[in-house]
Unconditional design. Structure first.
Length: 236
């Protein structure tokens, strides 16, 4: 499938202009920063604080923003119009996802700096953040495709919030129950495990395992979002 960077860039610019005028959506950009300031005030040593900060921010910023961008196109009946242009499916999805990716990367970098977190391996940490942003962008795309309005998009991320933020808490509270062991393979739990690796005494395998699991989730959700995008357009 061909990809036109020029068309993707045009969609990116259009979304940026629309996003900058949507103050209700733009305010979500400061949420991770406020959360980082609160946790820093409570003490950076608070157990699981950085994991909760990032996992929550991925849902309330990355997933929410992408869902709203897709739902807004559907609400205005402009999503099908985009597909009538020479822009391909990948042009549209890349163009609409790039804005969310850039915003999430910048805001989360600022929030992590404010929090004062120092990863055991900076490259593994960066890779995990990049993969997670792509993963939650794909999840947001899926939520947006099943929403007809911005209000529905706001509600549609609730299941995503439960699926992707509850596992670390459930594992922490009910870790002794075998049934909850399956939650160890969710991306949010793997991210927490990666973040909890100490600066000394870790092996390469300790870094690779969570990255591979997050990568698998990212690839699967991205493929599902593309397939659903194409099918939803045909159904409407």
């Amino acid at each position: 499938m061909s990809i036109s960077l020029k068309r993707a860039r045009a969609i990116f610019v259009k979304d940026y202009k629309e996003f900058s005028r949507n103050y209700a959506l733009s305010i979500m950009l400061i949420f991770p920063i406020i959360l980082a300031l609160l946790f820093r005030g409570a003490g950076s040593s608070l157990p699981g604080a950085i994991g909760f900060l990032l996992n929550t921010s991925f849902v309330l910023l990355t997933c929410f923003a992408q869902a709203c961008l897709i739902a807004e196109e559907k609400e205005r009946n402009t999503l099908r119009s985009l597909m009538m242009t020479p822009a391909t499916t990948m042009d549209v999805l890349i163009g609409k996802s790039t804005l969310v990716f850039v915003m999430s990367a910048v805001v989360l970098a600022i929030a992590t700096f404010i929090f004062g977190y120092k990863p055991a391996n900076i490259w593994a940490f960066v890779a995990a953040i990049i993969l997670s942003i792509i993963l939650y962008t794909a999840a947001g795309t899926i939520c947006g495709l099943f929403s007809k309005t911005l209000l529905e998009a706001s509600l549609s991320i609730i299941p995503a919030a439960i699926v992707f933020t509850a596992p670390p808490v459930a594992t922490l509270l009910f870790g002794d129950f075998p049934i909850f062991k399956v939650l160890d393979y969710t991306p949010s739990v793997q991210l927490v495990q990666l973040l909890n690796i100490r600066n000394i005494g870790f092996t390469t395998g300790d870094l690779i395992k969570p990255l591979l699991i997050i990568l698998v989730w990212t690839v699967v959700l991205t493929i599902v979002s593309v397939i659903l995008y194409q099918r939803r357009l045909k159904d409407e």
